[in-house]
Design a binder for this molecule. Sequence first.
Ligand code: XIL
Length: 643
Amino acid sequence: MKRLIGKKLFAGFLGAVMIVASAFPAVSAETLDFSPAVAYNAGEAEGEVIYSTGFENGEGISDFSGRGGVEVLEASSEKVFSGDSAMCVSGREESWNGPQFRIDEICEPGEEYLVSVAAKSEWYSTLNLSMEYTDSEGVRHYSNLKSAQGDAWAEFTDVKVSFTSDQTNVYVYVESSDTKCKLYLDDFSLKKAVVMPIEEDLASLKDVYNGYFKIGTAITPSDLSSKSFMKLVNKHFSGSITVGNEMKPDSVLNQSASIAYAEANGGDDTNPQVSFSAAKSVLNYCSENKIPVRIHTLVWHSQTPDWFFKEGYSNDGEWVSKDKMLKRMENYIKNYFEVLLKEYPDIDFYACDVVNEAWTDQGTPRDAGSNNVRNGQSAWVQVFGDNSFIESAFTYARKYAPKGCKLYYNDYNEYMPQKTAAIVEMAELLKEKGLIDGIGMQSHLDVRSGSDAFPSVAAYKKALAAFAETGLDVQITELDATISGSSDANLETQAQYYSDILDAIVEYKDSISAVVLWGITDDRSWRADQYPLLFNADFTAKPAFYKIIDGVEPIETTDSTEPSTDPTDPVMKGDINISGTISLTDIVLLKKFLVGMDALKPTLLEALPQTGDMNDDGVINVFDLILLKREYNNWITPPASQA
Ligand code: XIL
């Protein structure tokens, strides 16, 4: 069976119905027996098939094309998954050659679809079901959706695909790691995903932790097309959004524009050009929903193109000198913030990972070289010779970042003792120079059997303590915790581990401003096969979710608990939380401080001699509290002359 019901067909059919309908008002689509249009209407509904073919009698083959233009696509009974016929693709000359099917002409942007296909390669190879689109600047992007290995039929079932309104020429395709082997496809279908309900009556995670720290998550453009997923974002994680991949150097740096700039400017190849087109849909979502954004990340050895470090921005040029790279770095960071703020003036970019993963687990700089050649090597170390690029990056970030954007160093395995020590030492030096505001603990954790979790809760706590001790802010930036299978026992062990880790985080809450999960549902995680997150693929909460909301003491908050973001602002007497106003929160905080109930954040503690010593007698005691209450009353009841 094959049904292709494109918009053009549908439009044509609608016209026909209108003409027919005006002459014969009682005629319906069913009585016209025009099955494609009936199926098109059905395909608009959730879960319904929009297109399907089993390639019987060659049906549907002409709806596919060869990616390389050299492939021969034909019906074949040589190998079939079902029925009498499959599509055979021969004549491939490159590994990326294979059959492609265009979806943006029959699917809607911003909606989620499911692709299923059986695929087989002639002999053993890796088969990839992938997707391609062209962005608004004409750049083509490719992403792997699912892979399989071997020479047996691989069944790709209900693989999620979607695209945004600024993406065109969207294809799903099958390719094979082996250049020459034939490919076979059978039973290809495309259907609209069903919108599943979410559990509306659950407590909201971000509300449970309100007053402790922001709760956020990372999302990528394809997440936007899942309505249920976005409902979870909105309900539980809208305290902070990190763009999962699309604000990293390889997404932002624009090679052709950088080369064009150099050509137009007398060969000046020190001004790399940037574009946020890949992140656009997520950033628009954050702007429309007023969600604060964590910028991730400016300077990293990974997900960064080699041409950025090469003469003439060429992929295989010589490494540039340190001097030239410093100029490139400054201009890149300058352009990054300038373009971002110009395009998204309404977004609160409140935090930025200036440098990511610069220290090894042994607390040493990475090996010099390209990460694209050998995983783990750093082109920054290649050009600078050491980790001195870190301070340069922070210097430029401080110079060009907006006022309210706090600057972080971010890393994983941050609880490995030598790594913790290296990060603390670096952070203290940067702090002395006023260049850093915080440390990001990625927190990609591994539950294992619980008793041998990596890290142990005690080791994690030790790192938290060391980072808090620096007096800098700490953010948990990419939290997830893997298990090796989703048995009930594993899920329970994971729940206990998550809960213990959150208890440790709560213990240091005064030093921690945000806890960001690296995704929401397991199936969309970068470690999907290890079930690391708080929600199942069907959007229901896992035991870990219930365990971490259990027993969290509500904190009394007012709407102005955020400290001032400008360290140079003079602090006001009585404004204990440095919010710019005097409120009940200041009274509560001072009271708690005096009875030893609550440790103030290091920044607030540092300012306490100015903010809390109301009578300037050099001690902070109950008399200051009385004066603060008086001051508060003055604030809410202005003197008669002003009223
Ligand atoms: C991961 C993304 O989630 C993946 O989609 C991508 O393939 C690789 O990068 N540390 C980081 C994140 O700082 O940027 C990484 O994100 C996960 C590890």
